[in-house]
Ligand binder design. Structure first.
Ligand SMILES: *[C@@H]1O[C@H](CO)[C@@H](O)[C@H](O)[C@H]1NC(C)=O
Ligand SMILES: *[C@@H]1O[C@H](CO)[C@@H](O)[C@H](O)[C@H]1NC(C)=O
Length: 398
């Protein structure tokens, strides 16, 4: 029944969206977004999940410093993204956005220069509406070209574009206008559509943005985290290099989940080719947090050049198998026990994960960092603790 509703919903939206998209293409040209960015999912940090609006230039600079000193930037976490709360309520006399004079006294350009000097990139936030979500600064609706030029002149590399206070104007009459403005701004700027999945942006997002949110906000909570990735999974087939589904930013390290639950969170985001945007305070990470975020083998699954989103391929009660192909004929597999009260013995069957049943593989455990001694054919059976997962890369033996 639920499946039927989802499928019907998707088909209706496909008709509606493809019609709308045709209108957009006839108005703006077919290849709206051609910035060469997002060949793999973006990695970095964003201020919102930990600091919310309570940001300033010190906090952003210290986050950048911590990405470098912790070694995370070397692992690929290079975007330093400022979220809502960075601007003055009033534009200047020429209509330009202005950084908050108290919180960002040196201005955004100085911050961009600083992160660039440290080998990082700067992201900023605006809103496809009259005000941003926090309502303490203006959005970019009606000012798209001017704001895109401002961001480019500051040296901004990434724009998260939210959906609040939009006057009821349809997303396809707002987001592509910013796409075109960014293309004219003279600097490659990653375009992150934050439309919350309202009008199924996966169906029209590829020519418009480098990624699109598939749901409303995550919170630092096991159930909520899982429901974000489940919603995101419905759209798996629409993701590819240059355009990714976005189940929202990471909560790893914010304290609301146990270590093994954060490992599930990070593993699911990685296999689903989600943006890996750290959402904790990088200046105050526990060893467990650093260990999770620094797992280079899990990151490599996320950043695999094939860029195919892994999906939930089997579910029995609260036991799930997620899988997706990787380069080199390898397969990433995530074996998940969502039960909170019992460990479980779970098998990943080759039929489900896209391997021929006769294929013999070597299995690499990405959290134990070891290649299992025996080889496997047909299935891989493991014991998984409550609210935990195991994650493997299976490599066919020639
Ligand atoms: C930013 O906030 C921190 C913590 O509240 C404070 O210590 C620091 O002085 C602030 N910096 C600026 C530029 O407001
Ligand atoms: C650092 O994190 C710990 C929890 O891990 C918290 O108790 C502490 O208040 C944090 N310190 C700062 C400066 O945010």
């Amino acid at each position: 029944m639920l499946m039927f509703v989802v499928v019907t919903l998707m088909f209706c939206s496909v008709c509606d969206s493809s019609r709308l998209l045709k209108n957009v293409e006839s108005q703006h040209g077919r290849n709206l977004l051609n910035n060469g960015l997002g060949a793999t999912p973006p990695m970095g940090w964003n201020s919102w999940n930990h600091f919310h609006e309570h940001i300033n230039e010190t906090i952003i600079r210290e986050a950048a410093d911590a990405l470098v000193s912790s070694g995370l930037s070397e692992l690929g976490y290079t975007y330093v993204n400022i979220d809502d709360g960075w601007g003055e309520m009033s534009r200047d006399l020429d209509g330009n956005l202005v950084a908050d004079k108290t919180k960002f006294p040196s201005g955004i350009k100085a911050l961009a220069d600083y992160v660039h000097e440290n080998g990082l990139k700067l992201g900023i936030y605006s809103d496809a509406g009259y005000y941003t979500c926090a309502k303490r600064m203006p959005g970019s609706l009606g000012y798209e070209e001017q704001d895109a030029k401002t961001f480019a002149s500051w040296g901004v590399d990434y724009l998260k574009y939210d959906n609040c206070n939009n006057g009821g104007i349809k997303p396809l009459d707002r987001y592509p206008i910013m796409t075109r403005a960014l293309m004219k701004a003279g600097r490659p700027i990653y375009f992150s559509i934050c439309e919350w999945g309202d009008m199924h942006p996966a169906l029209w997002g590829y020519p418009v943005g480098n990624s699109w949110r598939t749901s409303d906000d995550i919170t630092d909570n096991w159930e909520r985290m899982l429901s974000r990735i489940d919603t995101n999974d419905v759209y798996a087939d629409f993701a590819k290099p240059g355009g990714w589904n976005d189940p929202d930013m990471l909560e790893v390290g914010n304290g609301g989940m146990k270590k093994h639950e954060y490992i599930v969170h990070f593993s699911l985001w990685a296999i689903a080719k989600a943006p890996l945007l750290i959402g904790c305070d990088p200046g105050n990470m526990t060893d467990d947090t650093i260990e999770i975020l620094s797992n280079a083998e899990v990151i490599a699954v996320n950043q695999d050049p094939l860029g195919i989103q892994g999906k939930k391929v089997r579910m029995e009660g609260a036991l799930e198998i997620w899988a997706g192909p990787l380069s080199g004929y390898r397969v990433a597999v995530l074996i998940l026990n969502k039960y909170g009260d019992r460990r479980a013995v779970i098998s990943a069957e080759w039929d489900d994960i896209g391997l021929d049943p006769s294929t013999v593989v070597e299995a690499r455990d990405l959290w134990e960092h070891e290649t299992l001694k025996r080889q496997f054919v047909g299935k891989l059976t493991v014991t998984v603790e409550p609210h935990s997962c195991k994650m493997y890369v299976l490599k066919p033996i020639a």
